[in-house]
Design a binder for this molecule. Sequence first.
Ligand code: URA
Length: 425
Amino acid sequence: MDVISVITAKRDRRELTDDQIDWVIDAYTRGVVADEQMSALAMAILLNGMNLREIGRWTDAMIRSGVRMDFAALGTPTADKHSTGGVGDKITLPLAPLVAACGAAVPQLSGRGLGHTGGTLDKLESIPGWRALLSNDEMMDVLRQSGAVICAAGDGLAPADKKLYALRDVTGTVEAIPLIASSIMSKKIAEGTGALVLDVKVGSGAFMKNLADAQELARTMVGLGRGAGVNTVALLTDMSTPLGLTAGNALEVRESIEVLAGGGPADVVELTIALAREMLAAAGVRGKDPADALKDGSAMDHWRRLIAAQGGDVDAPLPVAREQHVIPAPASGVLTALDAYAVGVCAWRLGAGRARKEDPVQAGAGVEMHAKPGDVVTAGQPLLTLHTDTPERFEYAIEALADGVEVAPLGTEYTRTPLVLDRIG
Ligand code: URA
């Protein structure tokens, strides 16, 4: 087999054979196929697509490039959730202990933020002492102690994807449905969860800007999961405006704790409960109703155990950025837009996110929102508070908001976009 024939087959819109796919993934993982050759193939796939057989085989080959985890020894049904990424998407934080409190075990392998979207591990690392890197034995211990674990994927899990995702990130080949679907599902299937709920984000702050693309991605991922024996469903959810009232690491932890204490913003509570119900149903667990577990303190109890089991000091104060800057409402009226992408870029520029994988993030940086689309605002009232340790970034961060905020005259009709747009599964 040679790599040029694989690249030219896809360039010329031919189907790749199973042998070609197995060979190219294995050879790339071993360093026999060079990055420039794999990026040419990724671009050919982005332009010419793959059919379901090819995507399934590609996913399987990436799973076989590493180890598969197995939680059968726990003796409890397992359920995981994966979000395709958004702004203010802190849902994993309240969701994992909530589902654990309702009777399913949650082995949640999470990632870091890149670009304008935040990452669960960066958020949790703002809790003093909390550790994202666990050995497989530690992961099992935390799961046994608290019913949930949230940690980074070890190097042995789908190493082909790790290498390919980093390459796609710098070659303009991220936004290809076959490559996104196989990347996400190879990790989730190798992780060994019994049930999986996908939160496929749609809108300006998401990879998928329109519903039709998001539906195609969701159908592809649900098909891959089910084909591999993982009971998979997908919710398609709105990402035209940030989730909740915060975007930034420690700010989002604070908001998640409010949800676990029975309060918090209505949209975060609604989505957390909707995803928890789906996870419990997919895992076949008929425990408590998640809405009750948020009210009776049992979800909070699992959160405290989970954070402590991973070295975190649950009672320590969360980091606060050194400087704040308040942006007032530009006029009185109805807030008709608070764009997710604009807020995400603003938070990122304040220091909440990173431009390159190896960059550090500021724990306290981010954006606090004082109104949601549809709310009535008065000229001059605080609309957003920006937080950073590096105030020289304020001006650059504010520029990101230029077209992201719209206030229409009082009396303007505003229809809120439903949070859950579709369900596939
Ligand atoms: N998340 C992943 O893990 N992979 C992708 O390709 C896109 C988002």
